[in-house]
Design a protein around this ligand. Structure first.
Ligand code: AMP
Ligand code: FE
Ligand code: FE
Ligand code: ZN
Length: 289
C-alpha cells in the first residue's frame, strides 16, 4: 500500500533531546529535523517519554512525521545494552514503573560518581545540575558537560575517553532490567522493540545466538545495524542472524545535538521497515504533520 503512506523519507529512528542527553529541547530538535529535510523522526530519549507532547506539537509545525519512542536502558551483567522502543503506550503501568526505577537509579549513581570524581577534581553536584534540564534522565553526558564547564576536559568525548571511562576508576553501573524483560514490557505496552547499535563492541562480543533467539521469541522486531558505532565484522555477523531469524534492519543517526558528532539522517531506515513497525504497533500513534 505504498500509495497510502502518510510518512516521508528520509526516516531517522533514533534521536535525543534535552529530556535526556541531547542538547536541544524536543521542540528545537523537531524544528531542526524539519529544516534539514528529514521526513520522519523518532524521538528516543533515554528511559523517558517526557518529551513526547512538546515534540508532537513542534513536529506538526515543522512538517515532520514524529514516531514517539524511547531508548530503554537494559543490562547484561556489567554490559549496558540499549533497546529502542517505538509507539508503545506511555501510560502503561509496567513501562512507568520500570523507567521510574531506572531514572532514580541513574540519579543515585550519578551522585556517587560525582562524589568519587570530586575527591580528585574540583566538581560538585550543583555543577552537574547546572547542565541538566529539570526532570531529565541523568547520565554521564551531564557529568561530562560539568567537567567541560570546569575546564577538566575540552569536549564531552574527551571526558568520556578520560575521567568517565570505566577504566578511570570513577565509573559505576546503575540498575537496569535484562533486555528480555524490557522487550516483554515494550510488547505488552503495544510497542515495537529494536536492539540499538548492537555491534559496537566487535564481533567477539556480539549477542550470542541463543540469547538473540530468546529475544526474538519474546518479541524483538529488529536490529539497528546502520549506526556509525557498529563495527563492520560484528555488523555482518548480525546481518546473517537477522536474516535467519526474520529480524528487520533499521538505521539511524542517534543524534544528540552538539553532544555527539552524529548528524541527523546520516543513517536511515527504509519505508518498508517503518511500514511493518506501524502495522505491529498499537500503543500510540505517529504524529503526522
Ligand atoms: P550512561 O548511560 O550514563 O552510562 O552514559 C552513556 C551515554 O553517554 C550514552 O547514551 C551515549 O549517548 C553517551 N556517550 C557515550 N560516549 C560518548 C561520547 N564519546 N561522547 C558523547 N556522548 C557519549
Ligand atoms: Fe545518549
Ligand atoms: Fe544508545
Ligand atoms: Zn541513543
Amino acid at each position: 500500500m505504498v500509495g497510502d503512506r502518510r510518512f516521508k523519507d528520509p526516516i531517522d529512528l533514533h534521536s535525543h533531546s534535552s529530556v535526556s542527553d541531547g542538547t536541544q529541547t524536543p521542540a528545537e530538535l523537531m524544528a531542526e529535523a524539519g529544516a534539514q529535510g528529514i521526513g520522519t523522526i523518532a524521538l528516543t530519549d533515554h528511559d523517558s517519554t517526557a518529551g513526547w507532547a512538546e515534540a508532537s506539537a513542534a513536529a506538526q509545525e515543522a512538517g515532520v512525521t514524529l514516531i514517539p519512542g524511547m531508548e530503554f536502558s537494559t543490562r547484561v551483567q556489567f554490559s549496558s545494552v540499549h533497546l529502542l522502543a517505538y509507539l508503545f503506550d506511555p501510560t502503561d503501568d509496567g513501562i512507568i514503573r520500570e523507567t521510574a526505577r531506572i531514572r532514580s537509579a541513574r540519579l543515585t549513581r550519578a551522585e556517587q560518581m560525582v562524589h568519587r570524581i570530586a575527591a580528585d577534581y574540583a566538581l560538585s553536584w550543583d555543577d552537574v545540575m547546572a547542565q541538566t534540564t529539570t526532570g531529565a534522565t541523568v547520565g554521564r553526558p551531564h557529568i561530562a558537560d560539568a567537567l567541560v564547564a570546569r575546564g577538566h576536559a575540552v569536549t564531552r568525548s574527551e571526558a568520556f575517553a578520560g575521567i568517565l571511562h570505566w577504566r578511570a576508576g570513577y565509573y559505576q553501573p546503575h540498575y537496569a532490567p535484562e533486555p528480555i524483560e524490557a522487550v516483554r514490557l515494550v510488547r505488552a505496552a503495544g510497542g515495537v522493540p529494536v536492539l540499538a547499535h548492537p555491534a559496537t563492541r566487535g564481533v567477539a562480543d556480539v549477542v550470542p545466538e541463543e540469547r538473540l533467539a530468546r529475544l526474538v521469541e519474546a518479541g524483538l522486531f529488529g536490529l539497528e545495524l546502520d549506526h556509525r558505532e557498529n563495527k563492520p565484522e560484528a555488523r555482518a555477523r548480525l546481518a546473517a542472524l537477522a536474516d535467519k531469524y526474520g529480524l528487520a534492519i533499521t538505521g539511524s543517526s542517534d543524534y544528540h545535538g552538539r553532544g555527539k558528532p552524529n548528524l541527523l539522517g546520516e543513517n536511515t531506515t527504509s519505508p518498508e521497515v517503518l511500514e511493518r513497525i506501524l502495522e505491529q504497533a498499537s500503543g500510540s500513534n505517529p504524529v503526522y504533520p
